[in-house]
Design a protein around this ligand. Structure first.
Ligand SMILES: *Cc1c(COP(=O)(O)O)cnc(C)c1O
Length: 359
């Protein structure tokens, strides 16, 4: 029997997608070779890649003046590439420090240029977010940076600041395609695919083309977005396996109601767990209710002993990945797009039963 997979990343994939990979891994659609042993130039890979990019555009409603492609290096490489390209001489960049991932991005940018911390959630231990309407970019701002969903802290922006003419750049690694997004409000959206879109290896980049005019044009090849944009991510060998799987996941999303379908699923699934937490004094959510994440639900029990017991007993029931990140402790259930509703129902039932026995 398949485990119920609550891992934060890499994470659950639709079983149909895994079966499709299994059925095609040796001989891709009768073409006599595997997708992962074909050249990435022309032929079956590029045909599949173009379909993948096209699906991504359609699902997210990405306007025509944006480039879309995949790179390697994880979301983490973007923490460096973004300031290298856009934090140009004489300007500063505005960063919102809201938890582990945006803080890492901020620290990397600080090594490369002048950074203004637009907001810092430190005093609340990164359990809340600012009112977006209170955030005003600096007068010499090259861009405003934020992370849509803090995967470790379990908080998610419910709406985004209006930064006017200042480009808004967003890490959507852990909530991409879980809700509709007005892409035109962002200059750049990016993320690793291994949370909501596929197996580890690829990073999606969505960038308004006019951003290339603002970049530092004096970079080495791989660091330069203009080169990747021109080659649609195929300047060097792309992570072909990961991209193939992403394409299959995108098709699965289409079959399951598109981004609206994922939005409803996220609401339903997170609602099941939050309602158990909210109706009990045994479970406690450490984060501000107004901004709690639908993807990563962080919660605590009355003691660390009970938390350890919860983790080992849930594991015995076939539920994996419920231990909180080592930096914050406690428990975390990641409920990404592909996680079946019934698995979340099973967790909610397990939580109620655990409280009855130990509360
Ligand atoms: C996982 C994660 C990252 C880091 O991704 P890598 O692909 O491991 O570099 C960055 N940002 C967010 C929001 C994440 O969830």
């Amino acid at each position: 029997m398949r485990k119920r997979n609550f891992f934060a990343g890499p994470s659950v994939l639709p079983v149909e997608v895994l079966e499709e990979i299994r059925d095609n891994i040796v001989d891709y659609q009768g073409q006599g070779l595997s997708m992962i042993e074909a050249s990435h130039r022309g032929g079956m890979f590029e045909e599949m890649y173009d379909q993948c990019l096209d699906l991504f555009r359609k699902l997210l409603g990405i306007p025509d003046d944006y480039d879309v492609y995949f790179l390697g290096g994880g979301a983490t490489l973007q923490f460096t590439m973004i300031p290298m390209n856009f934090l140009t001489e004489g300007r500063c960049a505005d960063y919102c420090m809201t938890g582990t991932w945006s803080n890492k991005a901020t620290k990397d940018a600080q090594k490369l240029g002048r950074v203004n911390v637009l907001w810092d959630g430190k005093s609340s231990s990164y359990t809340t977010l600012p009112d977006p309407s209170t955030l005003k970019p600096s007068s010499d701002s090259a861009y405003v940076y934020l992370c849509a969903n803090e995967t470790i802290g379990g908080i998610e922006w419910k709406s985004f600041p209006d930064t006017g003419d200042v480009p808004l750049i967003c890490d959507m690694s852990s909530d991409i395609l879980s809700r509709p997004v007005d892409v035109s409000r962002f200059a750049m959206i990016y993320g690793g695919v291994q949370k909501n879109l596929g197996p580890a290896g690829a990073t999606f980049i969505i960038m308004r083309r006019d951003m290339l005019d603002r970049r530092n044009a004096d970079l080495t090849a791989y660091m330069d977005y203009a080169l990747h944009s021109k080659e649609k991510g195929l300047y060097n060998t792309p992570p072909v396996f990961s991209i193939w799987a992403v394409k299959l996941v995108l098709e699965w999303i289409v079959r399951n109601g598109g981004v609206e379908g994922m939005d409803r699923r996220a609401e339903e699934k997170s609602g099941m767990i939050y309602s158990v937490i909210d109706s009990s004094d045994f479970f406690r959510s450490p984060v501000d209710k107004a901004v709690r994440s639908r993807m990563n639900i962080v919660f605590r029990l009355p003691s660390e002993e009970l938390e350890a017991k919860f983790i080992s007993e849930s594991k015995a029931e076939g539920m994996l990945g419920l231990k909180g990140h080592r930096s914050v402790g406690g428990l975390r259930a990641s409920l990404y797009n592909a996680l079946p509703v019934e698995d979340v129902k099973a967790l909610a039932d397990f939580m109620k039963e655990f409280e009855r026995k130990n509360g």
